[in-house]
Design a protein around this ligand. Structure first.
Ligand code: BT5
Length: 327
């Protein structure tokens, strides 16, 4: 069986959006016999595609398997760059590791790495990221922007705006951003973002933006220590969410906002980011490696630095910290 044709057939039926396509038409398009088409259809059904047929009209798709492979994501993706190269594996230690390696090997700008399950998903400072099989979006994006390394940290904030917009669009939920990299829903963490850099004397070679988005977990799917602080889109919306649609929405928004940032700077994104922020205007505790400061988060600078005013009236620039709300 020619798997390339099976995959193309899946893509063709997904793009037909439930409209029947006749066996003869498919046979003509793919340059094979109708019997061959029928065999590929049987193969797709075995892979988990729901396919029905109506006499004289043809085959149509009733459901696609819940996977994040290149065929499933590519069908209906309307980006120019992001996700045009998709590297998919069913399971891996961390998509960040694969993305770093691909970046070093010269993979194009906009390459994404997707998996169903991470066995050693990571957060900042070597923390663990829980990545249950088929329950979330565990994705790394390789970007090769022509910007100076000082402009790299803002990509985390830009990605946060894109994630919020995608969640809003697909689920109607109203997430908030906790500086710098958490997306919260009703105060619980639904998404974490990790931006890593490959640079040399010539500047940025690649930015690797890792996004971990909890989609269809129930509370029991999280390890006990996370059950009070983590949430998923399905817990919050009361519905299962289509991960494929969400990945496509994420890629579209990421493309729009990263391009906007690269082309026009941080100004407009700063306004958007602040409008989604749960941190600004609140009294917060910022835990840093060497000290902890408590004060009012007044805003972020053009460089994405958090401005914290302590009780003595001093304004501090916070570059990296864990933020806790004090009330
Ligand atoms: C982050 O770190 O929030 C960044 C997470 C990035 C994960 C993505 S998944 C795709 C790509 N591949 C990777 O290996 N990583 C990226 P940080 O701010 O350090 O938060 C980590 C903390 O969040 C942990 O110490 C836990 O307390 C909590 N946590 C772990 N797993 C979680 C989950 N699934 N949902 C909510 N909170 C979680």
């Amino acid at each position: 069986m020619n798997t390339a044709i099976t995959n193309k057939l899946a893509e063709r039926l997904i793009k037909a959006q439930g409209e029947p396509v006749s066996g003869q038409q498919l046979a003509d398009e793919f340059g094979v016999s109708r019997t061959a088409i029928w065999k590929h259809i049987k193969e797709l059904a075995e892979q988990g595609y729901g396919i029905e047929s109506i006499k004289k009209k043809g085959y149509y798709l009733t459901s696609a398997p819940d996977t994040l492979d290149a065929t499933a994501i590519g069908a209906g993706l309307h980006t120019k760059k992001l996700g045009q190269t998709i590297h998919y594996v069913e399971s891996c230690p961390s998509t960040q590791i694969i993305a770093h390696q691909l970046a070093q090997e010269g993979t194009p700008d906009g390459t994404i790495v997707l998996t169903e399950e991470q066995t050693a998903g990571r957060g900042r400072l070597a923390r663990k990221w829980d990545s249950a099989a088929k329950k979330g979006i565990w994705m790394s994006v390789v970007l090769r922007p022509d910007v100076v390394p000082q402009k790299a940290p803002q990509f985390t904030l830009v990605a946060a705006v894109a994630v919020v917009r995608a969640i809003e669009e697909v689920t109607g939920l109203k997430p908030e951003i906790k500086w710098p990299n958490d997306i919260l829903i009703k105060g619980k963490k639904s998404t974490g973002i990790l931006t890593e850099l490959q640079s040399d004397a010539d500047g940025i070679q690649a930015l690797i933006i890792g996004i971990g988005l909890n989609v269809n977990q129930s509370l029991q799917d999280f390890p006990e220590e996370l059950q009070d602080i983590a949430t998923s889109l399905s817990i919050e919306s009361g519905k299962l969410v289509n991960r494929q649609e969400l990945v496509r929405a994420l890629l579209s928004h990421l493309e729009i906002y990263t391009d906007l940032y690269i082309e026009t700077g941080f100004g407009m994104l700063k306004i958007l980011w602040e409008s989604y922020s749960s941190t600004i205007g609140k009294t917060v505790r910022a835990r840093m490696a060497k000290e902890t400061l408590t004060g009012i988060a007044e805003g972020i600078t053009e460089d994405g630095v958090l401005q914290l005013r302590t009780a003595d009236g001093k304004l501090h620039g916070i570059y990296s910290a864990d933020i806790e709300m004090t009330n």
